[in-house]
Every structure is written in C-alpha cells, then in structure tokens.
Design a protein around this ligand. Structure first.
Ligand code: NAD
Length: 468
C-alpha cells in the first residue's frame, strides 16, 4: 500500500548558484582525474551503502518493488558509474588527428575539456536512474552539477538532497529540490549544459530558456512507442515480452510499448496470448509486490480517461485511493484515438489491427518519431522496418531492454528529443571537444601563403590544392 507523500520543502534558489559552482570548475578543482574518480566512487558508495533507503523511497513514490528498483534504477547507474570510473583516464586524454600535408610539420589533436556547470532536470518515473545516469557523464567530464529531481517523487528527491552532500564534493555538486517554480528560477541562470528528461511541453520551456544563454541542451522527451506484431512473429514470445515491458513501473516508462499494431490475420491469436501472458506474469496485480502504482491521483485520472477509447478486454479496474490501475487490454480502438496518438503512461495497452506491415510502416513515417519502435516478426520484416522507419531506438523481437546495453545511444529523434547518452557518449555530451593545432616555429612552411604571392608560390599552392 502506498501513500501520497508531500513534496520536500524547497529553500529559495540562490540566484548566484551557477556562478558559484562555475568557480569550482574554472579554479581547476574538478579537472583532475583523481577528483573525477573520487566523485564516481562516491556515487557508487551512495547507492550501495544506502540500498534499503533507496528501496524505501522508490516504494513510497511509485510502489516499486525492491527487485524492480534494483534492476531498473540502481543497476544501470552503478554500471554507468563503474564503467566511467574505469575509463575516465582514457576518455580524458587528447586524441591525435592527422593534419594535412599542406600544414606539415604540425600536430593536431582533440582535447576534451569540462563544459562548466551542468543542470540536470529529472522526471518522476525513474527518479533515481534518470537523475544520476546523466550526472555520471557530467562528473566524468569534470563538470560541476546541479541536480533538480522531480517534486512528484518526493521521497527520492529528499533522499538525494540528504545523501549527495555526504558523498560528493559540495563545492561542485548540489541538489535543488522543488517544483516548477524552482525549476524556472534555475533556468533563469546561465548554465553550460542543460540535460532535461520529461514531457514535451516542459521540454519547450527548457529549450527556450537555454536559447537565452546559448546553452547546449539534451532533451529526453516523451515516448508513445508503437509495437508491430507481424503475421510472421512468434506471437507467444511477442506477447510475453510486450506484457513485461508494458507493466514495468505500471506502464510509466518512456520506452514502454504505448500501443500495439497487429497484422490483421494474427489479431485473435495475439489477444489470446496477451491474456495468457498477463495471467502468467500478474495473476493478482492488486496484491502483487511486483506491480507498481500511478504516481499521483491526477496522473491516474489522465490514464483512466484512456479506458474510454475502446472496449476493455481484460482489466479495467481502478482504485483511485490506492492509485491502482489494473493491467488492461483495450480493443476496438480507432487508429487516431488518444490512446494511440498520445503517450498513455499507464498500464493500458490498446491493440489496433492493420492490414499489413506496409500500412504500419507508412503510418509510422507520417507520425511523430517515437523514442523507440518495437517490431516482432521474421528477419525480412524486421530488416525492412529497421531501414524504413525512424525512431530513437529499434527493438527486434524485444522491447525496452536496449536501455541496458551501455554501448547503445539512449535518446530520441524529432519529437522524442535530441542528444543521446550512456557510456562514453555521456562523457562526450558533457565535454567540449577542443581542437588543438600545434606547429613548430621552424621551418616556416606557412610562408608559402604569406603575401605577396609570387608566380613560383602560386604554382606550388596550385599543385598542393589540386593534388589528389
Ligand atoms: P515531471 O512533471 O516530473 O517534470 C520533469 C521535470 O521538469 C521535473 O523536475 C519538474 O520539476 C520540471 N518542470 C516541471 N514544470 C516545469 C517548468 N514549467 N519549467 C521548468 N521545469 C519544469 O515529469 P513529466 O514531464 O511528467 O515526465 C514524464 C514524461 O517524461 C513522459 O512524457 C516521459 O515519456 C518522459 N520521459 C522521457 C524519458 C527519456 O529518456 N526520453 C525518460 C523518462 C520520462
């Protein structure tokens, strides 16, 4: 049973916070590999030494089971932090680049340097993972960081505010809790990078505020991820994997399947297999420790509205006081119903038949690009969809699990956002790749292009320019 928790009280935001933390970077404090490793070690200890506190916070905020917290929140951040800790020395090194013959002798290299102060604004649905995974990149890059957790996951926000100062360098890393007003106050300041995860509406607000200071941003936005189940699919496997992916965090996952388009000939089989998978994985969701709750009653109300978009095949039960919505299959849903065109962010799965994979691909090309697209079918069908549709990620006979592959970029395209992170990419995002060219003072080969350009020089330049 979960209870609504009040938001942590927010002290006013210091208007000089960004400037203050920037001094930690410009003074050189955050530059050394030792500092970066110490912060990443601190992050790992903050998670491992307080595991039961994190479990409790996530249970309070979202009714997450300890197992789900381990797998979907803690494990990913630990993996990112440990990998960055082991690799940061190498990532920081300048990388040589070949200089063209015309400039020789010369040495060119790319030197990553800290961008400065990063603001990382997180949502409520994976309040720990989506706050800390970007922070790993910022710390590895030698940046100072301000974290702004979501007020809708207050227990996790409070714990972050309490533990971060105990494990990380307070001169360079801070947590600011509070609501949209606090976020707005933060956005008025000049940051060197803003990393925002959340809905599209606020994404626009963040992008506008960033434009004022020409601050680079990463926007990790909404999902509305479609699934295609082809007539060539292993329908039973598809159903089990879709149900698992959909019911994680009770459907409040940006990369969760939002709706299923099914090849008309296998529609009935898919419906039967989805029912069976639901019965197998969540025989009694009401009492199951493995089934989460809606984050708030108002979010529940929005999810429940979607029940009106079709006919309930399974589920449909709602207990508003307990913030419970049963795993639900919805049939007879129009192709342009909100349950299909908008992100439901709850455990309601609409199933919409389409005539063919071509119809699905054509529809996808018309619609805003999703954060992920999942398809179940044989190799030919999957190859075709992989090449002819665009999405942040593409799952072949699998959904959601791509987030666990550190080497894969995690991010959206078009309406689902821009900028991708995880692994080395997170370090690159929060670094400036500085171009360095070094040229010895002798011999003076540049004299060739110093005026006056004589006929002899012109001939050499021409040869160099036209050289193949
Ligand atoms: P939310 O309401 O918690 O907002 C996210 C953050 O924005 C919070 O920290 C909040 O305080 C801040 N915020 C709210 N109003 C603001 C304002 N006016 N100005 C500045 N900041 C403001 O979260 P949400 O938007 O409901 O999150 C759910 C959405 O996030 C879904 O659409 C989901 O798909 C998306 N999401 C995307 C990813 C991804 O990786 N792409 C991951 C998780 C969630």
């Amino acid at each position: 049973m979960t209870t609504e928790v009040t938001a942590p009280s927010a002290p006013p935001v210091s208007p000089t916070l960004a400037a203050e933390l920037r001094r930690a970077v410009t003074s050189g404090r955050t530059r050394s590999v030792a500092w970066r490793r110490a912060q990443l070690d601190g992050l790992v200890r903050m998670l491992t030494q307080n595991l039961s506190l994190w479990e409790r916070a996530l249970a309070a905020d979202l009714g997450k089971s300890a197992d789900e917290t381990h797998v979907t929140e803690v494990a990913l951040v630990l993996d990112e932090a440990r990998h960055a800790r082991a690799s940061v020395g190498r990532w920081m090194r300048a990388r040589p680049v070949v200089a063209p013959l015309a400039l020789q002798p010369a040495v060119a290299r790319v030197r990553p340097e800290p961008l400065g102060v990063a603001l990382v604004i997180a949502p409520w649905n994976y309040p720990l993972q989506l706050q800390l995974a970007p922070v790993v990149g910022a710390l590895a890059a030698g940046d100072a960081v301000v974290m702004k957790p979501s007020e809708l996951a207050p227990a996790t926000a409070r714990l972050l505010a309490e533990l971060v100062p105990a494990y990380l360098d307070d001169r360079a890393v801070r947590v600011v809790t509070g609501d949209a007003d606090v976020a707005s106050a933060l956005l008025e300041q000049r940051w060197d990078h803003i990393f925002y995860t959340g809905g599209e509406r606020v994404g626009r607000i963040v992008a506008r505020a960033a434009a004022e200071h020409l601050t680079p941003t990463v926007l990790e936005l909404g999902g509305a991820c479609p699934v295609w189940v082809d007539r060539t699919a292993d329908v039973a496997v598809a159903a089990r994997r879709i149900v698992w992916a959909k019911l994680l965090n009770a459907g409040q996952t940006c990369i969760a399947p939002n709706h299923v388009f099914v090849d008309a000939p296998v529609r009935q089989r898919l419906e039967a297999e989805l029912r069976a998978a639901l019965a197998e994985q969540q025989p009694d969701p009401r009492t199951s420790a493995d089934y989460g709750r809606m984050v708030s009653k108002s979010h529940l109300d929005r999810v429940v509205e979607r029940l009106g978009d079709g006919t309930v095949v399974v589920g449909g039960e709602v207990d508003r006081d307990a913030r419970y919505v049963a795993p639900t299959l919805l049939a007879d849903v129009a192709i342009d119903a909100p349950a299909v065109t908008e992100e439901t962010f709850g455990p309601i799965l609409p199933i919409v038949p389409l005539a063919s994979v071509e119809a699905f691909a054509a529809l996808q090309r018309e619609r805003p690009k999703p954060l992920a697209l999942y398809a179940f079918g044989d190799r030919g069908v999957l190859d075709r969809l992989e090449r002819t549709t665009s999405s942040g990620a593409f799952g072949r006979n699998v959904a959601v699990a791509h987030v666990m592959v550190r080497g894969l970029p995690f991010g959206g395209v078009g309406a689902s956002g821009h900028g991708a992170y995880h692994g080395r990419r997170s370090f690159d995002l929060f670094s400036h790749a500085k171009a360095v060219l070094a040229k010895p003072t002798r011999p003076e080969t540049l004299a060739l292009v110093f005026p006056p350009i004589t006929e002899a020089k012109r001939e050499v330049i021409r040869r160099l320019v036209l050289r193949r």
